[in-house]
Design a protein around this ligand. Structure first.
Ligand SMILES: Nc1ncnc2c1ncn2[C@@H]1O[C@H](COP(=O)(O)OP(=O)(O)OP(=O)(O)O)[C@@H](O)[C@H]1O
Ligand SMILES: [Mg+2]
Length: 250
């Protein structure tokens, strides 16, 4: 596979400035998450109180109203999960490290997205070369990082194309998971920007998927690189360090 080897942060004018920006953003996110959480829990309590008040009325509560409350509660829960994820991300020390079989995570995320790929007539191939050693990693966060990149690949291909996921051990202490798609690829002038928070070319994109994925990879002592597929699509490569006390995960 031909690679141009463009390194996301290698294109920054100053690497130090980028690191400082990341730290600043981490602190900002943590603060924002805390501040959102307070009104959120107050909203949650008040929604519950209003529901109780309604039940006390002499008339039965219309099903339309019950349905609306379900939506509100569902959305409140969703917001709470997002805030929780941000809080965990903001502090890399909060990684819940365990011995993880990378092949299991790769299989899990590809299984999750297979129905969507099938519906879009996108062929989805996973290749795991040899038996990969286990790594010390946060299973939930690594799953999230891979999902963010795979969802981007699905969105880039749109329909009737290919996505290939290839996990393998590099020489020495590194593993890589490469996700290659047959989408339009990433124009060279955008390569430096795609990992920046809030950079998006999509109508409904929030532009934080890749930023989050990269923060997770960096917190694990790894990184994500972007390059061009020979066919013109994009290749996102996670590079992760193998733990010293490694074991084969078969
Ligand atoms: N596989 C890909 N092929 C082509 N362009 C891509 C690919 N992955 C990411 N990009 C570009 O990088 C941008 C940033 O991606 P990122 O995942 O951070 O945000 P997003 O997908 O726009 O929104 P979201 O926060 O919902 O993920 C995208 O808007 C798109 O322009
Ligand atoms: Mg995305």
């Amino acid at each position: 596979m031909e690679r141009t080897g463009t390194r996301s942060r290698g294109e920054d004018v100053s690497f130090l400035a980028a690191e400082e920006k990341r730290e600043f953003l981490s602190r900002l996110l943590a603060r924002m998450a805390h501040e959102i959480r307070n009104p959120l829990s107050s909203l949650d309590i008040h929604v519950q109180l209003v529901e109780e008040d309604l039940l006390k009325l002499s008339q039965p509560v219309p099903s339309k109203v019950i349905g609306r409350f379900d939506v509100i509660r569902g959305e409140l829960r969703r917001l709470d999960t997002i805030v929780e994820q941000f809080l965990r991300l903001a502090s890399p020390s909060s990684l819940k490290l365990e011995t993880v079989a990378l092949s299991e995570i790769v299989t899990h995320v590809t299984e999750l997205l297979k129905p969507e790929a099938e519906a879009r007539k996108i062929s989805f191939k996973t290749q795991i070369s040899g038996s990969l050693p286990s790594i010390r990693a946060d299973r939930a966060q690594l799953t999230q990082a891979l999902l963010n990149v795979l969802i981007n690949a699905l969105q880039a291909v749109e329909k009737e194309g290919r996505i290939e996921v290839h996990a393998r051990r590099l020489k020495s202490k590194w593993l890589e998971v490469a996700i290659q798609d047959s989408g339009p690829g990433i124009p060279i002038e955008k390569k430096g920007a795609i990992f920046e928070p809030y950079f998006s070319t999509k109508r409904d994109g929030s532009g934080i998927g890749l930023w989050i994925a990269q923060q997770i990879a960096l917190a694990h002592g790894g990184d994500i690189l972007v390059s061009d597929a020979p066919s013109g699509g994009a290749v996102f490569t996670f590079v992760l360090r193998i733990d010293d006390a490694e074991g084969a995960d078969g």
